[in-house]
Design a binder for this molecule. Structure first.
Ligand code: 5RP
Length: 224
């Protein structure tokens, strides 16, 4: 079974998880990436069972619209029933590293408004200690060098993600070689650096449930 099949399995599991919670007024938050794309395509089956969606990126908004799903601006919405998104890593507390697709800031905002964060991922994303995947940090362009020097002081090796501009007009610095034993503390420390817009640690507002795709089935994991 390949990785794409596992991603499709968890997208299907998320559809099954969310379907009973929807009504005609429900608005869903939708993430970004290849796993989220499988979910978006399957969500078309539930059209009519919910009102609309809010997307965490322009790319996901386009995909939702192409499936005939109405996309709202987050400012028009008081609450999202759930936020469904992939991840780059998860630990057993369901603290995450996200932002491989450079959408981390909007993902954090949409997640903050959601009642429940349903994370969907194949088993390659499951780790004991976060940090094998380089931690993405969204930075105001003129602060890139300064922020990078500060990230070195925190023990990481920052690398500018060349050629990438976020939907917010900023740049991404990926921090390599971190072993993140206290994700909540590091999330706050990085947020304190002037010029940082957001970092890809979702520890203070991690996932509420992780649907993890394994070759023998989808495991439902709650925070440890
Ligand atoms: C985008 C993200 C994605 O959720 C993350 O990169 C996982 O992507 P994929 O489902 O393609 O493996 O955080 O910013």
């Amino acid at each position: 079974m390949n990785q794409d099949q596992l991603k499709q399995d968890v997208a299907r599991a998320a559809i099954d998880h969310i379907a009973p919670k929807l009504n005609k007024d429900s608005v869903l938050g939708i993430g970004t990436g290849s796993t989220a794309n499988f979910f978006i395509d399957m969500l078309a089956e539930l059209k009519g069972d919910f009102a609309a969606a809010v997307a965490s990126s322009d790319a996901s908004a386009q995909r939702l619209k192409s499936q005939g799903i109405e996309v709202l601006d987050l400012n028009e919405v008081n609450e999202l029933v759930a936020y469904i998104d992939g991840t780059d890593e998860s630990n057993a507390q369901l603290a995450l590293i996200k932002g491989g697709g450079a959408a981390l800031t909007r993902e954090k905002i949409v997640r903050a408004v959601a009642r429940e964060f349903i994370c969907i991922a194949d088993e390659s994303k499951w780790v004991k200690v976060l940090g094998r995947f380089p931690l993405p940090v969204e930075v105001i362009p003129m602060a890139r060098s300064y922020v990078s020097r500060e990230l070195v002081k925190l023990g990481g090796d920052p690398v500018y993600r060349e050629g990438v501009t976020t939907d917010n007009g900023n740049v991404i610095v990926d921090v390599h070689n971190l072993s993140i034993v206290n994700p909540k503390e590091l999330e706050l420390q990085i947020n304190q650096i002037t010029g940082v817009v957001a970092n890809g640690l979702f520890a203070h507002m991690g996932a509420d449930v992780l649907l993890l795709g394994r070759p023998d089935g989808v495991e439902t994991i709650y925070p440890n």
